[in-house]
Ligand binder design. Structure first.
Ligand SMILES: [Zn+2]
Length: 52
């Protein structure tokens, strides 16, 4: 992420709340696996789709 400006950070759309969220430092090692904007949304996802 060297030299990357804040506005150029990668972003994704959370499938639970439908809101875009930007790359965060805590995700630097697993950004490719990040799907939800927060633990809360991840939990909501689990509740809504117990089969998954
Ligand atoms: Zn979300």
């Amino acid at each position: 992420m060297k030299g990357v400006k804040k506005e150029n950070l990668p972003s994704k759309v959370c499938p639970v709340c439908g809101r875009p969220f930007a790359w965060r430092k805590k995700w630097e090692k697993n950004w490719s696996e990040v799907k939800y904007c927060s633990d809360k949304c991840r939990e909501n996802r689990a509740k809504n789709q117990p089969s998954a």
